[in-house]
Design a protein around this ligand. Structure first.
Ligand SMILES: Nc1ncnc2c1ncn2[C@@H]1O[C@H](COP(=O)(O)OP(=O)(O)OP(=O)(O)O)[C@@H](O)[C@H]1O
Ligand SMILES: [Mg+2]
Length: 381
C-alpha cells in the first residue's frame, strides 16, 4: 500500500498544493535571489524546497546542519554538500578527477564506493574551517561557471551553526560567496524561528539583508480538499463527506504534519471514515504521541503550562482581558510576558489567515500551535 500521507518529506503525489509558495520560490531561484524560509517545525519547509527544486530541474545539493554544533561538524557537512553539488553538475569519472583537482586545488578530491568527495588536504597547514568553507564554495562557483550551470545549495536547520565557535566567521565566508556568485543560489531554512530571524535580520550579523525572507504558513482547506478527495477516491472509490472533511480540518487546524498524521490513521480503515471515526483516529494519534507531548510540556515553566492550558480552552485576541485573567489566575503583565516566551518557543502562534472551513479561527487570535497538544489540554484540563 502506498504511503499517501508521509510523516517525512512530502514528495511527488504526496505533495499538496503550495502553488503560490512554489512559484515564488522558483522565481527567486530563476533570478538567483538567495532566500531564507522561516516557519515553525513541521510546516513543510524542506518538502517545499525539494519540490520547487525538482520542478525547476536545476541541480540541488542539500546540507543539513542539524546538531552540527562545532566547526568541524559544520565544515564536514558543508564540504559533503559541495561534493554532492559537484556530482550534480557533471558526471564524475576517474579520468576527470585530475581536472577537478585543479579547481579544488587546496583539497584532496577522490572517488570511491561512497561517491565523490572533497576533503581538506592534511598537508595544507593553517587551513582552518573558515578558509576551507570559503575556498570550497569559491571553487564550486568557479566550476559551475566553467560548466555554465546554476546550482541550488539548500542549507537546512541553519540556526544550528550558531553553536560553532567560528560561527560568525563561517557566516561571513558564506556571505562573501553569496554576494558575488551568479552560479549558486542559496536557500536557507530552519525550524528555530527566533534564532533564524536573529541570524538574518540582525544588523550586526554577517547575513543581514542578504536574502529574501519567506514566512511559510499553514495551507488552506481549499488547497487540501482536492488532494484529500483524490486520495479518498483512490483508497475507497468514494469521496469523503463534507462533515468528515470539516472535522479533519477542525481537529488538525490545517497543520501539515498533523493533517498527514490523521489522514494516515484514517486511510487504514477499510471503508470511507464516518464522523465518529475521525475522533477515534485523532485519539489514536494522541495515544501514540502522548509521551512526546508530555515531554514538551515538561520543558515549560509552571506558569507557561497554565497559560498554554488556558489558551487551549480560550484562544484569545486580547489575553489580558478580564475573562482570560480570571481563567488563568494570572495578572495581565505576567500573561503578556509568558505569551511572548511561548511564541518564541513556537508553542503559541498568532492566526494570520482565517479559513472558511475553520470558523473557530479568528484573525490575530493567539492559539496553541500544536493542535494535538491543544486537543489534549482541552480534554484533560
Ligand atoms: N505540501 C505538502 N503536502 C502534503 N504534505 C506536506 C506538505 N508539506 C509538508 N507536508 C507534511 O508535513 C510534514 C512536515 O514536512 P517537512 O519535513 O517538509 O517540514 P519541515 O518544516 O521541513 O519540518 P522540520 O521543521 O521538522 O524540518 C511531513 O509529514 C510532510 O509530509
Ligand atoms: Mg525540514
Amino acid at each position: 500500500m502506498q504511503d499517501y500521507f508521509p510523516s517525512k518529506l512530502a514528495q511527488g503525489a504526496q505533495f499538496c498544493n503550495r502553488i503560490k509558495e512554489k512559484t515564488e520560490l522558483q522565481k527567486n531561484i530563476d533570478k538567483g535571489r538567495h532566500t531564507v524560509i522561516i516557519a515553525p517545525r513541521r510546516y513543510g519547509k524542506s518538502s517545499l524546497v525539494l519540490k520547487a527544486a525538482a520542478e525547476s530541474a536545476m541541480p540541488l545539493a542539500s546540507i543539513d546542519l542539524f546538531l552540527a554544533h562545532d566547526d568541524s561538524a559544520v565544515t564536514k557537512r558543508i564540504l559533503a554538500g559541495i561534493s554532492q553539488a559537484v556530482s550534480q553538475i557533471m558526471p564524475i569519472e576517474q579520468k576527470i578527477l585530475n581536472k577537478l583537482q585543479t579547481v579544488f586545488n587546496n583539497f584532496r578530491v577522490s572517488l570511491n564506493a561512497g561517491g565523490f568527495s572533497i576533503e581538506a588536504s592534511i598537508a595544507t597547514t593553517g587551513f582552518d574551517p573558515v578558509d576551507q568553507i570559503f575556498t570550497a564554495l569559491t571553487s564550486l562557483d568557479t566550476l559551475a561557471n566553467q560548466k555554465k550551470k546554476k546550482i541550488i545549495l539548500f542549507i537546512d536547520e541553519f540556526q544550528d551553526i550558531k553553536e560553532a565557535s567560528s560561527s560568525k566567521a563561517i557566516q561571513g565566508a558564506i556571505r562573501h560567496v553569496a554576494q558575488e556568485t551568479s552560479n549558486i543560489v542559496f536557500i536557507f531554512s530552519g525550524s528555530n524561528r527566533r534564532l533564524l530571524t536573529e541570524l538574518f535580520d540582525n544588523k550586526s550579523k554577517p547575513l543581514y539583508m542578504l536574502c529574501d525572507t519567506f514566512h511559510l504558513e499553514r495551507m488552506s482547506s481549499k488547497s487540501y480538499l482536492p488532494h484529500i478527495q483524490k486520495l479518498a477516491k483512490k483508497r475507497w472509490n468514494e469521496k469523503l463527506s463534507d462533515i468528515v472533511f470539516n472535522k479533519m480540518v477542525s481537529l488538525t487546524e490545517l497543520h501539515p504534519y498533523y493533517v498527514n498524521l490523521l489522514c494516515h490513521e484514517l486511510w487504514k480503515l477499510k471503508h470511507a471514515p464516518k464522523f465518529e471515526e475521525v475522533f477515534a483516529c485523532w485519539q489514536e494519534c494522541y495515544n501514540t504521541h502522548e509521551e512526546r507531548l508530555i515531554a514538551e510540556l515538561e520543558k515549560l515553566t509552571a506558569k507557561q503550562q497554565d497559560i498554554l492550558k488556558t489558551l487551549a480552552v480560550y484562544p484569545a485576541i486580547e489575553p489580558t482581558g478580564q475573562g482570560f485573567v480570571s481563567a488563568s489566575k494570572t495578572p495581565a503583565s505576567t500573561i503578556n510576558q509568558t505569551i511572548r516566551a511561548l511564541i518564541n518557543k513556537d508553542m503559541v502562534y498568532k492566526v494570520k489567515r482565517t479559513d472558511d472551513a475553520l470558523p473557530s479561527l479568528i484573525q490575530n487570535q493567539l492559539r496553541v500551535l500544536d493542535p494535538l497538544l491543544a486537543y489534549a489540554l482541552k480534554k484533560y484540563s
